[in-house]
Design a protein around this ligand. Structure first.
Ligand code: TXA
Ligand code: MG
Length: 320
């Protein structure tokens, strides 16, 4: 099925904002590239983004807000972060900051990290949409995984089917390349991705900027960050029967008996629902009274690939 593409009139933006509030996905223009937006406070909406993109793993997403006032409750802004926002927002700069614990943001949006990437886009359509929606919007570039970022509505329409409710056409993106990502969680700002704001512009404000060292033992590459939430308990995959003291992460209707506790990813075997529940369920079971978290087999298709990728990392031997 073809997705509806509609000129970004005031009326269309109002409709798109309502769709976002209803948990649907809307593609919209920003000054950098088109984004595939969903309610960043809804695990289900965020899971739908990953499903639509066909991402084989859960890379953390950028959360969009109209400005600093709306972004501030979502993360811990120190003086440096506020300075960055005052100087470059709205605009093509994404800030990685510590998550605010009571932010209400989806755990899946930041892929279980304790940090969150935030950006206030400058494009008038994005501004109007975010203000009308009144919710933070998670939005990766609106391309399927592994394809190039879209700078026109037609690019987006060519990539997506029925998983996307609406594409707002706001013409060609003026910057045409993604936002610069700056990690402000450490002492020295780290440039995670070069983009719409140049290194020179950043250095004029911050002085020293560090680069992620290639081949570093703890690479900062997206999706392989060291601070990814890993349970304290050991994780045992492909569990078919209970071992003493184990808690079970269940998938599908038939959970084997004998576990000390069971948390369901999805009782019906729905992979989008399972993705939406993954990080909360892991946290729920990660308690010292259990010996381990056993995980039922999860099919290696669709979002199941991303879920299994995440679980394999959680089960991998830990550096001591
Ligand atoms: O210009 C842009 O930034 C566009 C428009 C739509 O805003 N969005 C975009 O999103 O490029 P995406 O998902 O294609 O790229 C987001 C990047 C990924 O490389 C991801 O790993 C990184 O941001 N990222 C997100 N959250 C992060 C975090 N907490 N820590 C480190 N990197 C993060
Ligand atoms: Mg992208």
């Amino acid at each position: 099925m073809e997705v509806e593409v509609i000129k970004a009139s005031a009326e269309a933006i109002t409709r798109a904002a309502q769709l976002l509030r209803d948990g649907e996905l809307v593609a919209f223009p920003t000054e950098t590239v088109y984004g595939l937006g969903g309610d960043a406070t809804s695990e289900t909406a965020v899971a739908r983004i990953f499903a639509a993109k066909g991402r084989p793993r859960f890379n953390p997403l950028i959360v969009h807000a109209p400005g600093l006032a709306e972004a501030e409750p979502l993360a811990q802004f120190d003086e440096r972060a506020r300075r960055a926002a005052h100087r470059f927002w709205p605009g093509p700069l994404t800030l990685v900051l510590p998550r605010q614990t009571d932010s209400g943001l989806s755990l899946l949006a930041s892929a279980g990290l304790d940090t969150i990437a935030l950006r206030a886009p400058a494009h008038p359509v994005a501004q109007q949409l975010l203000r009308a929606a009144g919710i933070p919007v998670a939005a990766p570039s609106a391309n399927r995984s592994g394809r190039i970022s879209p700078t026109m509505a037609a690019h987006v329409a060519a990539e997506f089917g029925s998983g996307v409710a609406l594409i707002l056409n706001g013409g060609t993106c003026p910057v045409g390349l993604e936002s610069t990502i700056l990690d402000l969680t450490g002492c020295v700002p780290v440039l995670l991705r070069p983009g719409g704001i140049s290194l020179e512009e950043l250095m004029a404000v911050f002085g020293d900027i560090a680069m992620p060292t290639p081949g570093e033992k703890t690479p900062r590459a997206p999706g392989s960050l060291p601070s990814h939430y890993a349970p304290n308990l050991p994780v045992r995959l492909d569990a078919k029967a209970a071992r003493p003291g184990e808690a079970l992460l269940a998938f599908g209707p038939d959970a084997p008996p004998g576990f000390a506790e069971v948390a369901w990813l999805s009782r019906t075997g729905d992979l989008t629902e399972a993705a939406a529940n993954l990080f909360a369920a892991l946290r729920q079971l990660d308690r010292p009274e259990f010996s381990a978290i056993a995980v039922m087999p999860i099919p290696e298709r669709g979002l199941g690939r991303a879920i299994n990728d995440r679980l394999r990392r959680a089960a991998a031997p830990r550096p001591s």
